[in-house]
Design a binder for this molecule. Sequence first.
Ligand code: APR
Ligand code: PHB
Length: 396
Amino acid sequence: MARTQVAIIGAGPSGLLLSQLLHLHGVDSVVLERQNRAHVAGRIRAGVLEPGTVDLLLQAKVGERMLSERLIHDGFALGFAGKSFRVDLKGLTGDAVSVYGQTELTKDLTDARVEAGAKLLFEAGDVAIDGIDGAHPTVRYTHGGRSHELTCDFVAGCDGYHGVCRRSVPPAAMQNFERIYPFGWLGILADVPPVAHELIYSNHERGFALCSMRSLNRSRYYVQCGLDEKPEAWPDARFWDELRCRLPAPVAEAVTTGPSIEKSIAPLRSFVVEPLKFGRLFLVGDAAHIVPPTGAKGLNLAAADVRVLYQALVEYYRTGREELIERYSEQCLRRTWKAVRFSWWFTSLTHKFSDDPFNHRLQLAELDYLTGSAAALGSLAENYVGLPFEASAAAS
Ligand code: APR
Ligand code: PHB
């Protein structure tokens, strides 16, 4: 039977980054991914990295291309009541965020792992986990038409919201917290220059809109839409018209339109499971929590979990001490809930929840207050760039 120290389920950003950091610190892992490599590489997700995430990628030695190709954003804009207001992240916090597509990041991580000769198996089917309450859990899976079994010391569930790891835990052992929002985001990708150098989050009485980008000639735009809507009902012309309608006039006039190269609808959800550790199984990233994309916290939260877990595992293998392992759940949940709160709040501030004009007036009052208060802006900015990390016995 094959053996490893850490069995990692899922080769999204969480699983790949964890295996890379463990490898650099001499801990062996096997990564089992259900999809093929092209599928994993092709997924389009948000692309705003907090400085703490950038640091972790550099520690993982996968940051070189990111450093040369990222766009550094010192601020972003809030659009409302026909105007835009710039939130000066750098001035308010001393920090900036980096725009670098998750698609690119996943490619860098996969390349680094493959180059290092990692045991990274794509198209691993029927993953099943046993024995997480004992010292040596086993993971069964199929690959290349055959059944396999892997023994390990720990299992890292990095398999996303729909993965198998969370579902392997008896429901009575966990508590789920969830909020489903009554709308989705319709997003398009187009090879046109972004309308502005920085992102614009726009509140409008017809609904939210976001202007984002992947590079200086690839734009990513979103409009809030109904949950039952289909992308086919949104030909490009309809999308561009709706987007421009929801932006302050000077911004709308500056939008460069063009054919979309991708168009999709994503629902919005807040979700947290507690705890994050069950015996020798850890839940990491989207397997443990989901936030609505407003504020782009999903990937950053996943990276924050990985930071805590790899340090805890490295400490365990170096010293045999389990204190950090035992603190994984509590430490990650503290940060997670703050990001869940921030993403929920930012969503509530910028989206249309009902036709009741009272709600929109309240949002406009809050935006007016926020943009006129140094204290409120400071709070927004420090959450957006990422809250500080708790000091811990860092692995070096
Ligand atoms: N067996 C093996 N692999 C699986 C299984 C399974 N049963 N189920 C899911 N997977 C794989 C998926 O195919 C996917 O590649 O697990 C991976 C999970 O990756 P993500 O969903 O990207 O989750 P994660 O790595 O935690 O990434 C953090 O947070 O908000 C988001 O945009 C952010 O996608 C980013 C994510
Ligand atoms: C994106 O570029 O896809 C993006 C950016 C910022 C967000 C969400 C998504 O808050």
